[in-house]
Design a protein around this ligand. Structure first.
Ligand code: NDP
Length: 609
C-alpha cells in the first residue's frame, strides 16, 4: 500500500463526507441484539459445536484458586500461580476445552492480525517460535493448550461447566462456587478471567427466526454444515448460496475461504472496514536463530512503546499497527502548535492514512462501483482497523456479490435477507456480527451472580461504574481478582497479551506474597479504592466530541460516545499508560507493605484449615 500522503485534504469537504456516511448508519435500533441469555429461540446458537458434551459426576471439593475462564487470561493466571507454588487450581469454563476466544472462534481463515511473536504468550518459557508472522487461530489455541499442559491446568479443569453463583463465605474465608453441573466447590481465591468479547452478538433483525436454511454465528462455526475444518477447504458448500453478514475483523477473514468454496456468497456490508496490508509470511529459520534471552518481552515493549507514541530506535514489528494505528493516535506535531493546529494536523494525518486505504481498494478491486462501496469514509481511529491480503481481491470473483446496506438489513424471511426491498435467496446465513462490547458490564460477561460481603453482588456494587484498586480488586469481594479489561480501571493494550500478562503476573506475585506471610483474607480498603478510582476519573479525557463524528461502532459505543463513564476509564489518559501502570504494580509489590489492602489475620487459620 502506498503510504498516505494527505494531498487533497479539504477539511470542510472531508467533514461533510464523513458526517454524511455516519448519518446513513445512525439509524434507530442499529445496535439492538437478541439476548441469547433469555431468548430461547436463538439460545442454541451458543452451543459448542467442537467438543461433545460428556456426563460427569458433580464435583465437591476445596481448592486454592478457582479461575473462571480458560482463555489466554485464565491460562496465564494459572501458570503464574503455579510458579508461586499454588497447588490446587481449578479452571472452570463453558467451553469444551482451553483457549477462550481461540476455542470458540474457529471460522475458516481465523488468525490473529497482531504479530504472533508478541501475541502468543510465554514463547521463551515453552521454547516455541510461531510458524508464521501472523498465526492461525488453531496454532494459537494449541499453544494455549501447551501452556495449560505445561502448568498442569487442563487436567483439573472443569469444562462445559458454567458457574451459576459465587458467594463469599465469611466464616470459612472461602468462596462458595456452584455450577450448572451441580458442582459445589470452595476456594480461597477467586479469579475472574471471563474475557472481554466473550458474549457473541446476534443482531435483532426482524424475521430472523423464520429463516428456513442453516444459520450460525462465526464464533460457533458449523463445519458439519460447511464441511472442512479450520485451515482446510470447505467441502460441502459447492451447491450452496451463502449470506455473510458482517465485514469486521472476523467477516473479512472468513470471506476468502467461503468464496473459494461456495456456489455464491452475498456479503452484507453495513460499514466497510479499513483493510490494510497484512503481509503474512512463514517464519524464517534465521529469525529463531537470532533470538536472545528476554527477546519476547523486549519485542512486546517495543510494540507497546510505539502504540503509546514513544520514540524507539527500531520498529521491530513494523506493520500496519505500528505505522498507521500508532500514527493516527499520536500524530506528528511541533512544539509551538495551538490546540486548533494540533487537531487539524491530526485530522490531516488521519486523512492521509485513510486515503492510502481507499487507494488500496482501487488498486485491488476491479469493478469501480464495487470498489467505491468498499471504501471506508471515516477517521482511522473510529473503528478497529483490519489487515488482510485476500479479502478485497475476493470481490473480483464472479461468485461474490457485495450487498451494501448502510442502514442494515430490512428483514430476514424464510428465504434469506431483504435489503432495500430486494430479497436475497440463500441456503446458509452466517452471522459475523461480533460480540457485546465495552458497555456490557463485567457482571453480565461473567454470566453468574458474584456475591461479596454483606450479600452485595458485583452487579450492584458496579451499577454506576467500576470501583477498584488497580482495576483488579474491589472492596467487599475478598480474595477476588479481576483480570484487566477495558472500562475497568486498568489499561488497554492493542496486543491484549500484554495486559493479560500484567494481570496474571500481578495475581501470581500477590498470592505468592500472601501465602508467604500466611495472611488470611484480604480486602481493599475504602480509601485505597477511592484513591485509585479518583485517579481514573481525574485522568479521563472526554473524547466524545471527536468520536461523535465517527461512523457508529463499538469504539464510540454505537454512536453514543458520551455514554462512557469517567470511572470506567483507564489508568492514564485514553487507553491508559501501560508502562506507568506496570511500574505502579511492580513498585507496590516490591515495597511489600501491600498498602491499601486490609488483611484479616483472624481468617488466616480458617483459610488454611
Ligand atoms: P465486529 O463487531 O468488529 O463486526 C461486526 C460486523 O457485523 C460489522 O461489520 C457490523 O457492521 C456488522 N453488523 C452488526 N450488526 C449488524 C446488523 N444488524 N446488520 C448488518 N450488519 C451488522 O465483530 P468481529 O467479530 O468482526 O470482530 C470483533 C472483535 O474481535 C474485533 O474488533 C477484534 O477486537 C476481535 N477480532 C480480532 C481478530 C484479530 O485478528 N486479532 C480477528 C477477529 C476478531 P457495523 O460495522 O456497521 O457495525
Amino acid at each position: 500500500m502506498r503510504e498516505g500522503g494527505s494531498g487533497g485534504f479539504e477539511p470542510d469537504a472531508v467533514h461533510a463526507k464523513y458526517l454524511a456516511e455516519r448519518d446513513k448508519r445512525l439509524v434507530p435500533g442499529r445496535a439492538d441484539i437478541r439476548d441469547l441469555s433469555t431468548d430461547a429461540r436463538f439460545a442454541e446458537l451458543r452451543a459448542d459445536p467442537f467438543t461433545p458434551y460428556r456426563e460427569r459426576p458433580a464435583v465437591a471439593d476445596d481448592v486454592d484458586v478457582v479461575i473462571v475462564g480458560g482463555g489466554m487470561a485464565g491460562v496465564l493466571a494459572g501458570a503464574h500461580l503455579r510458579t508461586h507454588g499454588v497447588e490446587r487450581i481449578r479452571i472452570i469454563d463453558q467451553a469444551g476445552g482451553i483457549g477462550g476466544t481461540w476455542y470458540w472462534n474457529r471460522y475458516p481463515g481465523v488468525m490473529c492480525d497482531v504479530e504472533s511473536y508478541i501475541y502468543l504468550p510465554m514463547l521463551e518459557e515453552l521454547g516455541y517460535v510461531p510458524t508464521q508472522r501472523y498465526a492461525s487461530g488453531e496454532e494459537i489455541r494449541l499453544h494455549l493448550q501447551a501452556i495449560a499442559d505445561r502448568y498442569d491446568l487442563d487436567a483439573p479443569a472443569l469444562f462445559h461447566t458454567g458457574v451459576t453463583r459465587a458467594e463469599w463465605d465469611e466464616e470459612a474465608a472461602r468462596w462458595r462456587i456452584r455450577t450448572d453441573r451441580r458442582d459445589e466447590i470452595t476456594s480461597r481465591y477467586y479469579v475472574l478471567a471471563v474475557g472481554i468479547l466473550n458474549l457473541l452478538k446476534l443482531p435483532a433483525i426482524p424475521g430472523m427466526e423464520t429463516f428456513a436454511g442453516s444459520s450460525f454465528h462465526t464464533a460457533r462455526w458449523d463445519y458439519g454444515h460447511t464441511g472442512g475444518g479450520p485451515g482446510e477447504p470447505l467441502t460441502k458448500l459447492g451447491d450452496e448460496v451463502v449470506g455473510l453478514i458482517g465485514t469486521g475483523a472476523t467477516g473479512i477473514q472468513c470471506l476468502p475461504p467461503l468464496a473459494a468454496a461456495a456456489k455464491h456468497v452475498y456479503v452484507f456490508q453495513r460499514t466497510p472496514s479499513a483493510v490494510g496490508v497484512r503481509g503474512n509470511r512463514t517464519t524464517a529459520p534465521e529469525f529463531a536463530d537470532r533470538l536472545t534471552p528476554g527477546w519476547q518481552q523486549e519485542r512486546m515493549d517495543n510494540f507497546q512503546a510505539i502504540m503509546l507514541g514513544r520514540s524507539v530506535e527500531e520498529d521491530l514489528t513494523d506493520d500496519g499497527w505500528t505505522r498507521h494505528f500508532a500514527s493516527a493516535h499520536h500524530p506528528p506535531r511541533r512544539k509551538d502548535m495551538t490546540i486548533e493546529e494540533i487537531m487539524l494536523a491530526a485530522e490531516e494525518n488521519d486523512f492521509g492514512i485513510m486515503e492510502a486505504h481507499r487507494r488500496r481498494v482501487d488498486e485491488l478491486v476491479a469493478d469501480p462501483e464495487v470498489a467505491e462501496l468498499l471504501k471506508p469514509y471515516y477517521r482511522y481511529l473510529c473503528k478497529r482497523p483490519c489487515f488482510h491480503d485476500e479479502y478485497l481481491e475476493a470481490f473480483n470473483r464472479p461468485n461474490v456479490t457485495l450487498v451494501d446496506c448502510p442502514a442494515g438489513i430490512d428483514e430476514v424471511t424464510a428465504r434469506g435477507p431483504v435489503v432495500a426491498g430486494q430479497q436475497y435467496e440463500v441456503d446458509c446465513l452466517i452471522y459475523g456480527t461480533g460480540f457485546e462490547g465495552e458497555l456490557t458490564p463485567l457482571a453480565r460477561r461473567a454470566g453468574h451472580e458474584i456475591v461479596g460481603r454483606g450479600g452485595v453482588s458485583l452487579a450492584q456494587k458496579w451499577a454506576d461504574g467500576a470501583a477498584s484498586l488497580f482495576g483488579m480488586m474491589t472492596r467487599g469481594f475478598p480474595n477476588m481478582f479481576i483480570m484487566p479489561a477495558p472500562a475497568q480501571q486498568a489499561v488497554v493494550t492493542v496486543n491484549y497479551t500484554q495486559s493479560a500478562i500484567l494481570g496474571a503476573s500481578f495475581i501470581g506475585d500477590l498470592v505468592g506474597a500472601l501465602e508467604q506471610r500466611q495472611a488470611g483474607a484480604f480486602d481493599v480498603s475504602a480509601e485505597a479504592e477511592e484513591r485509585w478510582s479518583q485517579k481514573i476519573i481525574d485522568s479521563f479525557i472526554d473524547a466524545s466530541s471527536v468520536m461523535a463524528a465517527c461512523t457508529p461502532s463499538r469504539l464510540n459505543l454505537e454512536g453514543n460516545p458520551q455514554a462512557m463513564k469517567p470511572r470506567n476509564g483507564n489508568y492514564g489518559r485514553g487507553l491508559g499508560d501501560y508502562f506507568k501502570y506496570r511500574a505502579v504494580l511492580e513498585q507496590w509489590l516490591a515495597d511489600g507493605r501491600l498498602e491499601g489492602l486490609e488483611l484479616d489475620e483472624r481468617s488466616a487459620r480458617s483459610a488454611r484449615s
